[in-house]
Structure formats: C-alpha cells, structure tokens
Design a protein around this ligand. Structure first.
Ligand code: TXA
Ligand code: MG
Length: 320
C-alpha cells in the first residue's frame, strides 16, 4: 500500500513548510471555515493541473482563488462598487465573488478554465488567512475530496478521500480542526448587470440582498443550467474545431500531442504528458484565437486521467 498524506497541526512551523511546498508547485490541503480546500499556486498551471488530476474530475471547471485580504484580491480581480460594498460587509467570510480578471496580473488560464472572469474569496478562518499570507501567491482550492465525493470538514476526511503524495495527492494536510460552516462558500457572479447566485452556500441570500437588493438565482429561467457544477459559463475558442485528427487539412491550425504534431504548430505536450497538456490547453486555445485562426484540428488525446477533462473541453468547443 502506498503512504497516505501526512496530517500536521496548522501551526506556524507546518504552515511555513506548507507555504514553501505551495510556492514549489506542490499541493497542500488546508482548513477553511467552510470546507477543507486542496490548494495549489493559482499562478502555476502545472500545480493547477495537479489539482484536477488529484480530484479525478472528468472536466475542467473554473476554480476559486483564495487570497489573505481584500487588498490582494484587488491585484487579481476588478472590483466595481457592488463588489466593494459586498466585501466590506462579508469578507473575510464564506462568500466568493466572480469578477472580471485583472488583465495585468492574474492567475493561470487553467485556474479560470480560460474564462476572462475569476472567482475570488478571502476565507473567514484567521488561520487560513495566515497560511495564505505566508504562501505569498494566490491559492486555487476546490474542496479537498475526490470528484463526486462528499466535501471534507475534517483533516481525516481529506486523507481518506484523496490519494497519498506518491499518487498525486497532497504533500501535506494542514489540520485546523473541524470546519465551522461545513458547507462551501456562496458564489455570486458580478460580471452581469444583475448579480447572480451561482451556488448557494455558507452566506445566506438574504444577507446578500441586504446589500445588493434582489439578486437573480441561476437556474431560475429555462435557459440556465440547473446543477450547481454546471453553472459556470464555458470558454470556447471562436474557431471551428475538429478532434482526433492525425493530419490537418490545408489552412487548418494544428494542436499536436506527443509525436503527432506539425512543425511550427503548437504541441500540448511533446512527451505525451497529460498533466503538461492540461496546463497548456487554454493558453494554446487563446493564442490561436488571438491569431484569428478559423479552423483548428487537434491530435488524438488519450481518453484517460486528465485526458478525459481535455477531451471534454474540446468536445464542448466542437459543439459551440
Ligand atoms: O468554500 C469554498 O468555496 C471551498 C473552500 C475550499 O474555499 N472552495 C470551493 O472551490 O468550493 P471550488 O473551486 O470547488 O468552487 C468552484 C465554484 C464552482 O461552482 C464554479 O462553477 C464557480 O465556483 N466558479 C469559479 N470560477 C468561476 C467563474 N470564473 N465564473 C463562474 N463560476 C465560477
Ligand atoms: Mg466540491
């Protein structure tokens, strides 16, 4: 049997070690007031790809970026008056805001799944904020459980749900006891004219409406998807896209993988490494969009591990 991720009390010594691990691109699970998060450096696409691999998610959805304070949040997201009012009342706390990305200084494309918006939160737990402060980088952190599992509210739950460090799991689990809120943060989208609730959570709708007036609930009308996991809008390139192509047609841009590639065209991973391919995916798609490419062909990507999430995203691009 391979070893489990070590659990350490969330004291200064452990947090310093863990922060260094984060800065080096490794994964660390840590307690927040809502649930335990599986954290990685949000500016490091490889670290973020490792988060998706550890969770075993068959798709890429955008992740929440965690920062220690409001000032740091302003570095990565653009706040309007509504956002300022909300966070003055409820941060630190179980509230996540979806805001326009700060184009000058932001996170890896994979963190936001290629979107030009970013979900950001300052956790209510003082210990979590201290840890984020020591990290010195914004930390992407979904709940620290395997995809489809129950969100962990104790360090032990994380250890039971995820693989150990040798199999892609967190190098360390920071034990901050049991989570006070015990359910994920409320997610509010402020990129729309009317604020929209994307995910109900630890902060009540009434509390939010006290500040913003009436908000929209995603899924209220027939056009919006119903399940919380499906509520993020998806990035798709403007160009038409074909999958499982071994040889592009004339005039087609080609995205290679492993040895199936075209000289002078992008390759998601020369070595055929799915983690590297996931880390590169959105950058490559954005670069082709920027070059005004009309037609993109993509080499076959093995439909296993992170390849499933890559293929899921490519399939969505085919059908939009
Ligand atoms: O309580 C929490 O929020 C926990 C703890 C660890 O902080 N974190 C958490 O993170 O639940 P995550 O990454 O699993 O939450 C992602 C949610 C999803 O509902 C996703 O659709 C939404 O946030 N989201 C993230 N970025 C988005 C974006 N740019 N646009 C729309 N929705 C976004
Ligand atoms: Mg979750």
């Amino acid at each position: 049997m391979t070893s489990k991720s070590p659990i350490r009390a969330m004291d200064a010594a452990a947090m310093n070690e863990a922060a260094k691990l984060i800065r080096d691109g490794a994964l660390v699970a840590f307690a927040t007031e809502t649930v335990y998060g599986l954290g990685g450096d949000a500016t490091n696409a490889d670290a973020v790809a490792r988060i998706f691999a550890a969770k075993g998610r068959p798709s890429f959805n955008p992740l929440i970026t965690h920062v220690p304070d409001i000032r740091t949040a302003h570095d990565i997201a653009v706040f309007d008056d509504r956002a300022v009012d909300l966070v003055n009342s409820y941060w630190p706390g179980p509230l996540t805001l979806v805001l326009p990305k700060n184009p000058k200084r932001s996170v890896a494309e994979l963190t936001t799944a290629g979107l030009d918006s970013i979900a950001v939160r300052v956790p209510g737990s003082a210990t979590a904020r201290k840890f984020l402060n020591i990290c010195g980088v914004p930390v992407a952190a979904p709940s620290a459980n395997r995809s489809g599992g129950i969100s962990p509210t104790r360090a032990k739950h994380v250890q039971m749900s995820l693989s150990g460090p040798d199999d892609g799991g967190p190098t360390m689990i920071l034990d901050g006891g049991s989570c006070d809120v015990g359910l994920e943060s409320t997610v509010i989208d402020l990129t729309t004219e009317t604020p929209t609730l994307l995910r109900p959570g630890g902060l009540s709708i009434d509390d939010i409406e006290t500040i913003l007036g009436e908000i929209e609930i995603a899924g209220d009308d027939n056009t919006a998807p119903k399940s919380p996991g499906m509520m993020s809008r998806h990035y798709a390139p403007k160009a038409a896209l074909r999958m499982n192509v071994k040889k592009p047609e004339k005039g087609e841009a080609f995205i290679g993988f492993g040895h199936i590639s075209v000289l002078g065209q992008p390759n998601l991973s020369q070595d055929g490494d799915l983690l590297e391919a996931a880390a590169n995916l959105f950058d490559v798609l954005h670069a082709l969009d920027a070059s005004k490419t009309k037609q993109i062909a993509v080499a076959p990507i093995p439909d296993e591990d992170l390849g499933m999430a890559i293929n899921d995203r490519l399939r969505r691009a085919v059908h939009t």
